[in-house]
Design a protein around this ligand. Structure first.
Ligand code: MLT
Length: 399
């Protein structure tokens, strides 16, 4: 089942006399989010074909914070239990502006036949629902509520997304790298993770990742970072080397920002404060994708744009500070011998061009270097099959 979040804007006609989203409208939103999720997958046809209907037996909603007209709410859902004739879904509504959870719902469904008699959950429905759990989880780490995908079992690979993105960047790899435990968190302040108080830094992101691994009981993982995710991966190696079983560096660089780039970060932060995430999306999108991707995969481009728009401005601004102040990781490169490393460039990437990536790979003892044709800065989304295969091949070779 698609685990992607679904968003709705609160309209004034859904609000009560005090201007808050009405409790009945909440219920409707939860229902619409479930319909939308099904529509993105097999649709109601899945139930019809099996001759059953999911009837709501019990609904429990916890209203935790207010939602006002104009607020955008992000709904996520997972299956928390499947019985013989029933299943339970948990839903969460988060205010995208500040990452606050405004309500949670738990619904118990019973599958009934056309006469209304409870009937076993059909196999097709059961398998759809059980993949929905995906172990999409939320963990509290260093004061941040971190949303993540945790799929599969075996040795672990930790995916670290770039700026200003979220874990959805890795959706193809998380879906397909069977035989591995795929862990993909949203960094603090980005995607669906909250932004706690504190100085923004690459170190803070890295500490959160280690906190996630600790809570999941993972001692060692292959760390796979894209761009800012690569900067963070370098910090993980620098301070938590024994936790790193391998390194995959995609469209990233080891150098710190130049003075000019640092000023650019401050300008971007000011633009985000003045004009919101839209200004960031407008500036970044043409740089993130190869020109041919902008034409070939407009749906993916639109999804990335929607993801950037949904990123709370404080999360964007704090990432910009962390990017601006990140350390120079070049001295680390020659010390990476002993850590199997794969470096992946996008042939049409202008942010971290392939020739720079090649030079970085050459500075890492034993590193393998691959250029993904037809991709810009985001090979995992622009050329998902090639990128997943490249990663899978590297993983297979690990001792
Ligand atoms: C990213 O994709 O994470 C950013 O392009 C990193 C950067 O701006 O340095």
């Amino acid at each position: 089942m698609p685990s992607r979040a679904i968003e709705f804007t609160v309209y004034p006609d859904q609000c009560d006399a005090w201007g808050h989203l009405n409790q009945a409208a909440f219920l409707q939103f939860f229902e619409r989010a479930r319909w939308e999720l099904l529509a993105r997958g097999p649709g109601m046809e899945m139930f019809r074909a099996a001759g059953v209907w999911p009837a709501v037996r019990r609904a429990t909603i916890d209203y935790l914070a207010q939602a006002l007209p104009g607020d955008v709410l992000r709904f996520t859902q997972e299956t928390s239990a499947i019985g013989r004739t029933s299943f339970t879904m948990k839903q969460t509504a988060v205010r995208t502006g500040d990452g606050v959870t405004v309500a949670t719902a738990e619904l118990l469904f019973v599958c009934v036949d056309p006469s209304g008699k409870p009937t076993p959950v059909p196999e097709t429905v059961r398998s759809f629902l059980s993949t929905s759990s995906d172990r999409s989880a939320r963990l509290t780490v260093n004061g941040a509520s971190i949303a993540l995908e945790d799929r599969g079992s075996g040795r672990a690979i930790l995916f670290v997304h770039g700026y200003p993105l979220g874990r959805d960047l890795w959706r193809h790899q998380v879906q397909h790298l069977d035989g591995w435990r795929r862990i993909a968190p949203d960094l603090r302040g980005m995607g669906e993770s909250s932004l706690p108080e504190g100085e923004p830094s690459i170190r803070a992101y890295a500490d959160d990742l280690i906190g996630v691994l600790d809570l999941l009981g993972v001692k060692r993982a292959v760390v796979c970072g894209l761009s800012m995710g690569g900067y963070i991966a370098f910090d993980v190696v620098r301070r938590y080397r024994p936790r790193v079983a391998g390194l995959i560096l995609i469209t990233t660089r080891a150098e710190a920002d130049s003075e000019e780039a640092r000023q650019g970060r401050d300008q971007s932060a000011a633009r985000a404060a003045a004009s919101g995430a839209e200004a960031i999306a407008d500036a970044m999108l043409p740089r993130l994708f190869a020109p041919e991707s902008l034409i070939r995969i407009p749906g993916t481009v639109a999804e990335v744009r929607a993801g950037i728009l949904a990123t709370p401005v404080p999360g964007i601004r704090s990432a910009l500070v962390a990017l601006r102040d990140r350390p120079d990781s070049r001295p680390l490169l020659e010390t990476l011998g002993g850590i199997p490393t794969l470096v992946v460039a996008g042939a049409a990437d202008t942010i971290t061009p392939p020739q720079e990536m090649r030079a970085m790979a050459n500075a890492i003892p034993g590193a393998e270097f691959v250029v993904v044709e037809g991709a810009g800065h985001l090979p995992p989304l622009e050329r998902p099959d090639v990128t997943t295969d490249t990663i899978a091949r590297f993983l297979r070779k690990l001792p």
